[in-house]
Write a protein that binds this ligand. Structure first.
Ligand code: GLO
Ligand code: MG
Length: 349
């Protein structure tokens, strides 16, 4: 089904506007208050806000259940005031002392319980913000050395935690965001294949799906558009984090298309081919400003990534489909390769 430009809705998280700190150096830009960030969304062309639980309720661990819900209500009002929607809430299970060795897979039973309780609070926040989507980026659910955890038990523990979340709220949907490494050496759920396998182990597989981040697929040595196809075949592509990544390095979160335009084109192509967005899915952009950017130009990566998506959408919809099909039928993939490259470069074919 062909979509028309403009039907896509875009989202990002407040962490995508940051102060430029990296593991080797301190912040280089003044912080921007959350309320001020919210004001940027519409200007930059975005409608959806992605949240960590503690983006919505800072210092969440020091607050009572009642305080958490009251603050979440306040955030919901701020969103409505700006005409914005919450896309998802993600429990940030990688900051607290209890999650040093992971959340759901920690070797300490009390810490595992902390992770589950925090995830339930996250669901309660999501309900108030008006979204049924919970994203699990399983940051520390893995190992630095293989012998420190039992790989089978780790998967079962994540399954049990997801089952506890599904039981906590009969409408909640869980979106697993797989990543093969960083901050841990080896993640328990490194790819979308693992995530979807895990979904089928849960008590209600129809409420467990995936979020694919381009950079995470690339870090796993995979092609993001192929990963998207795999999730689409299971009807489980419920969100994306588009960005770019220069091969097997640290997770770069570069602007969409910045490294490899053809790879970005193929992501837009498959999303467009299968009417992504028509069931309310957002095009999320998990991108990071370069540390060299000055404060006043530190949101360009967001607007640019969205613009690149829309330009590539033009390239997707203006492709001569009959010609493409003819070349495929003739098995002349050399010619198809040349046609695609000329089309992307805008040169005479
Ligand atoms: C890091 C992840 C991270 C998540 C975010 C939402 O590699 O991409 O940014 O997407 O915390 O859970
Ligand atoms: Mg991400």
């Amino acid at each position: 089904m062909a979509q028309s430009k403009g039907t896509y809705r875009f989202s990002f998280g407040p962490w995508n506007i940051d102060e430029g700190a990296d593991p080797f150096g301190p912040p280089v830009r003044e912080p921007i208050a959350f309320s001020k960030k919210l004001k940027e969304y519409k200007t930059l062309g975005f409608d959806g806000v992605q949240f960590h639980d503690d983006d919505a309720v800072p210092d969440i661990d020091s607050k009572s259940g009642g305080e958490i819900l009251a603050e979440a209500k306040n955030v919901k009002e701020m969103l409505s005031g700006e005409g914005l929607e919450a896309e998802f809430v993600a429990p940030r299970l990688w900051f607290a002392p209890e999650t040093i060795d992971g959340g759901y897979t920690s070797n300490d039973a009390a810490c595992r319980q902390y992770a589950i309780e925090r995830s339930k609070a996250c669901i309660d926040i999501a309900n108030i913000l008006g979204t049924d989507r919970i994203v699990l980026w399983l940051a520390r659910e893995g190992t630095y050395i293989r012998e420190s955890k039992d790989a089978r038990v780790a998967v079962e523990r994540i399954r049990d935690a997801i089952n506890a979340m599904l039981a906590h709220d009969p409408k909640v949907r869980i979106l697993i965001e797989p990543k093969p490494n960083e901050p841990v050496d080896s993640g328990v759920i490194p790819t979308i294949g693992h995530a979807i396998g895990l979904a089928y182990m849960c008590n209600d597989p129809s409420r467990v799906g995936g979020l694919i981040e381009s950079a995470h697929s690339i870090l796993a040595g995979l092609d993001p558009s192929d990963d998207m196809g795999y999730a689409l075949a299971h009807d489980k592509l419920w969100s994306v984090h588009l960005n770019d990544q220069g091969g097997l390095k640290f997770d770069q979160d570069k602007s969409f298309g910045s490294y490899n335009l053809r790879r970005a084109f193929n992501q837009v192509r498959i999303l467009e081919a299968y009417a992504y967005g028509q069931k309310g899915e957002y095009v999320g952009l998990d991108v990071k400003a370069m540390r060299t950017q000055k404060l006043e130009v530190s949101t360009k990566h967001l607007a640019n990534s969205r613009q690149t998506f829309l330009y590539l959408l033009d390239k997707v919809t203006s492709l001569d489909k009959d010609f493409e099909e003819r070349l495929i039928n003739e098995r002349d993939y050399e010619e198809l390769d040349r046609y695609i490259l000329c089309h992307l470069m805008g040169t005479q074919y």
